[in-house]
Ligand binder design. Structure first.
Ligand SMILES: [Zn+2]
Length: 427
């Protein structure tokens, strides 16, 4: 599989620090800068995201490797995404440890007033906070790697890591690389560069889930994807064992959100009812985020508060809408417009037209926030056979946990997540 990864696919980013100190960190353990002297030398952290996996898919008959790894480590059965339960905001939360209003990434798709159109938050400049991929690299001089299967994730994280995989081959339509290739890239990068922190997104389970037309009762393609992805995780674990890396590895394994399936008739369109209001007519832009509609009022600022009240009232009255919130209520920041509407289970938004969102699998809404989340691996500090019921681990907890493991301080303003250090026995 590594034949698919050529040298051209590896972009080596960020080899110089502000202040002129060169800390490439590309030669692996033992080459850290002075600041790294306090970091324990026997530790690699691998963050593995099974994109879109539901907690009920952690089942020994379906995903034996993942289920076994969870049982062997510390498992959080009540784990959750942050809102909006989409891919980009949750990956941004994982690596920054701060909420969207601080990191700039509240949803996958925004209305961009400068461009005058909706677009994905897929630019490196869209991510406005430091990530663990750059902090471990620049503050400690250690090698980090991002191995992100989805094209827009790769764009958002840019060259923050020391070693960046440009996902290939991208499947047309889903714009992601299959998990076999992503895992092959991860294995090759770990083999060649021995990064101390890796961040990997496996996109198959989500991408197949979105498109699975066999419906919620059978989910044939989804099941096949889960089995294959589980096998890819086993392949990585086997590689860590075979190369003597297992005992130095802590694996943080989670999903970014789960998945809900709607039936074709459960479509919600807010564009038409909102534009039927005289104040709102022609002044509404909607960024469709599947299970969430992000709504922008582009009219006169003096009318904004009245407009927001009308948007909330009209949206809340549309069948299939479960809740209506302002971005401030959810700490989403100003990029998330004026009102966010969330759908009920089994529904989806399709805006601005009924054809805008044809896919049955969606997420973003409340029912899609439960996720699998566990800390595992061969390192002696991993808590064995623990099940922690009384806390809600969240995607945003990954960064503070990684920071604790590497001895990095909280960012200015503190973490919004919580270190899940209770899953680890720090010697
Ligand atoms: Zn996702």
């Amino acid at each position: 599989m590594s034949a698919a990864l050529t040298r051209r696919d590896l972009l080596i980013g960020g080899t110089a620090l502000a202040g002129g100190v060169a800390l490439a960190g590309l030669a692996g353990p033992g080459t850290a800068g002075a600041a790294a002297s306090t970091v324990r030398p026997d530790l690699d952290v691998h963050v593995l995201v099974v994109d879109g996996m539901r907690p009920d898919e952690l089942d020994p008959s379906l995903t034996p490797t993942l289920t076994g790894l969870a049982a062997d480590g510390t498992f959080y059965p009540n784990a959750s995404s942050i809102m909006i339960a989409e891919t980009l905001p949750n990956h941004a939360a994982m690596m920054t440890g701060v909420l969207p209003y601080r990191n700039g990434v509240p949803c996958n798709s925004i209305y961009d007033p400068e461009a005058g159109e909706t677009r994905d938050l897929d630019r490196a400049s869209d991510l406005r906070a430091a990530t663990m991929l750059d902090r471990v690299r620049t503050e400690l001089g250690l090698t980090t790697a991002s191995v992100l299967s989805k094209h827009y994730l790769h764009g958002l994280f840019g060259d923050r890591a020391s070693v960046v995989w440009d996902p290939f081959p991208l499947l047309p339509g889903t714009e992601h690389a299959p998990d076999n290739f992503t895992t092959g890239a991860l294995i090759q990068i770990v083999g060649e560069h021995s990064p101390r922190l890796t961040f990997t997104n496996l996109g198959d389970v989500d991408r197949v889930g979105h498109l699975d037309l066999s419906g919620p009762s059978t989910r044939i393609a989804r099941t096949a994807a889960l089995r294959n992805t589980d096998g890819q995780v086993q392949r990585f674990v086997d590689f860590l064992h075979a190369t003597g890396r297992w005992e130095r590895s802590v694996l943080i394994v989670l999903a970014d959100h789960s998945m809900d399936w709607s039936v074709p008739t459960n479509l919600i369109g807010l564009d038409r009812p909102l534009n039927a209001d005289p104040l709102l007519a022609g002044q509404i832009r909607i960024a469709d985020n599947g299970g969430a509609d992000v709504i922008y009022f582009v009219g006169d600022d003096a009318q904004r508060s009245e407009a927001v009240e009308r948007i909330k009232r009209i949206a809340a009255g549309v069948i299939g809408v479960e809740s209506v919130r302002t971005p401030a209520e959810l700490d989403l920041g100003d990029r998330a417009g004026d009102v966010v509407a969330f759908c009920a289970p089994g529904w989806r938004f399709s805006d601005p037209t009924p054809l805008s969102n044809p896919i049955p699998g969606n997420h973003g809404h409340a029912v899609t926030t439960p996720i699998p989340f566990f800390v595992t691996g061969g390192h002696q500090m991993v808590g064995r056979g623990q099940r922690i019921d009384d806390v809600q681990a969240r995607t945003i907890d990954v960064a503070p946990t990684v920071a604790d493991l590497f001895g990095l301080a909280a960012p200015q303003g503190g973490w919004d997540g919580v270190s899940r250090i209770e899953g680890l026995v720090i010697a």
